[in-house]
Design a protein around this ligand. Structure first.
Ligand SMILES: Cc1ncc(COP(=O)(O)O)c(C=O)c1O
Length: 400
C-alpha cells in the first residue's frame, strides 16, 4: 500500500476544505475527472440535444452498460440503469407480482423509505410485512443467516434485506441469505445501496433474484446513477414503473438496419429491448450513467484492494480515536464492518440538537435514530484523513 499517495488522491476529490466530511454513506463527492466527464457530456447535450440523444448517446450508453455490468459482476443485458436505489426498489416492489395471501420478510434494520415501498406493494397485493431480528453485533455471518432462516415460513413470498446496513455499516452475508430464500422458493431482493466498492461485489455470485444498488455513494459517480441487476430466471417478472417507448419494443423495428433483434441483443439505443422496457422514461438527462465508466476508472487506478485496505486502516483508527478515545460504545462489529463505523451516543442531547451542534462546527456526519438509542455513523472512504477523525473526536467531546 506504500505505493499509493493518499494525500494526492484526496486532492483529486472535490470537497469543501472548510468541512469535515464524514458522510460518504449518504452521498459521495466527485473526483475531478468524474466531474469533468459529466460536465463535458452535459455541455455536449446542451449544445446539440438532438445529435446528443439520437447519435452520440447510444454508443456511450452501451459502453457504460457493459463497463458497469463487468464492474458489478453481471452482464449488459441484465443491467438496468436507474436514478438511484430507491428507483430500483420501487421498480421491483411495484412491478413484481407475488402470490397472495403471504408475506414479505425483511430485516429489522431496513432503510425507512424502502420499507414504505414494500408496505405499499403489500397493501396493493394483499400481502403482509414481517421482520426478523438482526444480531447486529455478531462476528459470525452464520448467526445472521440462521435468524433470517428461522423467520422464513411457507407463507413467505419475498425476502428483502440490505447488503450493507445503513445505520451501522454491517455487511450481511448476501449470498447465503439468497441461497436460503431460493431453497424455499422465496424471491430475493437485495438493497445494495452501499455495496459497490464497500464490498468486493460480484452480483452473479450473490445470485439474488433482483439486486439493486447505488453508484453515487462509494463508487463516487454522479448523483443520478443507480442500477437493478436482474438475476437469471427473472427476466420477464417485472413491469416498468414508467411506460414509454421501450414498452412495445417488439412491435417496432429497433436495430440500425430496421430489423427486430432478440430481447437481450444490443439495440440502436444503447440498451437491449428488455432493459429499455424497464429503463427508458422518455427524455431525461442520462449523463450520470454515461459518466460511470470515469468513476470506475478513477478507483481502478488506485486499485480496489488498496482502497479497501486503506478503508480498513481508517476503520481501525476510527475505533481507536472515537471508541477508545472518546469512550463511545461501538455499534459496528469490526469483523463484519467496512467503510462505515457507528457508535452509540450517551443519553443527553436529542438528535436534532446534536445535528445542529455538529454542523455548527462544520462536521458533516449523520446522527441516526434507532428505537432504543442514537448512533453517530462515521464514513471513512480512502480520502478521509486521520485529522478529520481527530476533529470529530474533539467536537464530540465538546457537544456530548
Ligand atoms: C440501505 C439504503 N437503502 C436505500 C437508500 C436510498 O438511497 P437513494 O436515496 O440513493 O435512493 C439508502 C441511502 O442512504 C440506504 O442507505
Amino acid at each position: 500500500m506504500g505505493a499509493i499517495d493518499w494525500a494526492a488522491a484526496r486532492r483529486q476529490i472535490i470537497l469543501d476544505p472548510t468541512v469535515t466530511m464524514l458522510n460518504t454513506g449518504s452521498f459521495g463527492p466527485l473526483p475531478e475527472p468524474v466531474f469533468a466527464r459529466a460536465t463535458e457530456l452535459r455541455r455536449r447535450l446542451a449544445a446539440g440535444p438532438t445529435d446528443f440523444y439520437v447519435r452520440q448517446a447510444p454508443p456511450l450508453l452501451w459502453e457504460a452498460r457493459e463497463r458497469t455490468a463487468a464492474f458489478l459482476g453481471t452482464t449488459a443485458p441484465r443491467l438496468v440503469f436507474t436514478s438511484n436505489v430507491s428507483a430500483a426498489i420501487n421498480l421491483v416492489a411495484s412491478g413484481l407480482r407475488l402470490n397472495a395471501p403471504g408475506e414479505i420478510l425483511m430485516s429489522d434494520h431496513e432503510y425507512g423509505a424502502m420499507i414504505w415501498c414494500w408496505e405499499r406493494a403489500a397493501q396493493r397485493q394483499g400481502l403482509t410485512i414481517r421482520t426478523f431480528p438482526l444480531p447486529t453485533m455478531t462476528s459470525d455471518p452464520a448467526e445472521i443467516v440462521a435468524s433470517a432462516a428461522r423467520a422464513m415460513t411457507p407463507r413467505t413470498r419475498a425476502l428483502f434485506f440490505s447488503h450493507v446496513l445503513s445505520p451501522t455499516g454491517l455487511v450481511l452475508p448476501a449470498k447465503e441469505l439468497c441461497a436460503e430464500a431460493r431453497r424455499r422458493g422465496i424471491a430475493s431482493v437485495v438493497d445494495g445501496a452501499h455495496a459497490p466498492v464497500y464490498v468486493p461485489l460480484n452480483v452473479s455470485d450473490v445470485n439474488a433474484d433482483f439486486y439493486t444498488g447505488n453508484l453515487h455513494k462509494w463508487l463516487l459517480a454522479p448523483s443520478g446513477a443507480g442500477f437493478l441487476a436482474i438475476g437469471p430466471g427473472n427476466e420477464d417478472r417485472l413491469q416498468p414503473l414508467h411506460v414509454s417507448w421501450g414498452y412495445f419494443a417488439d412491435k417496432y423495428p429497433i436495430s440500425d438496419s430496421g430489423q427486430s433483434v432478440g430481447p437481450d441483443a444490443r439495440d440502436a439505443y444503447g440498451s437491449t429491448p428488455r432493459t429499455r422496457f424497464l429503463e427508458f422514461e422518455g427524455t431525461r438527462d442520462i449523463c450520470p450513467w454515461l459518466a460511470v465508466p470515469a468513476a470506475i476508472d478513477f478507483q481502478t487506478a488506485l486499485g480496489f484492494d488498496n482502497v479497501r485496505a486503506r478503508i480498513a486502516e481508517l476503520g481501525a483508527y476510527t475505533r481507536k480515536v472515537i471508541g477508545d478515545g472518546v469512550g463511545l460504545p461501538l455499534a459496528t462489529p469490526p469483523a463484519l464492518g467496512g467503510a462505515m463505523t457507528a457508535f452509540e451516543l450517551p443519553p443527553g442531547p436529542t438528535a436534532p440538537e446534536l445535528r445542529k451542534e455538529l454542523w455548527a462546527r462544520r462536521v458533516e456526519i449523520p446522527v441516526i435514530e434507532r428505537p432504543t438509542r442514537l448512533l453517530v455513523r462515521v464514513s471513512h472512504h480512502f480520502y478521509t484523513t486521520e485529522a478529520e477523525i481527530d476533529r470529530l473526536a474533539e467536537v464530540l467531546r465538546e457537544v456530548l
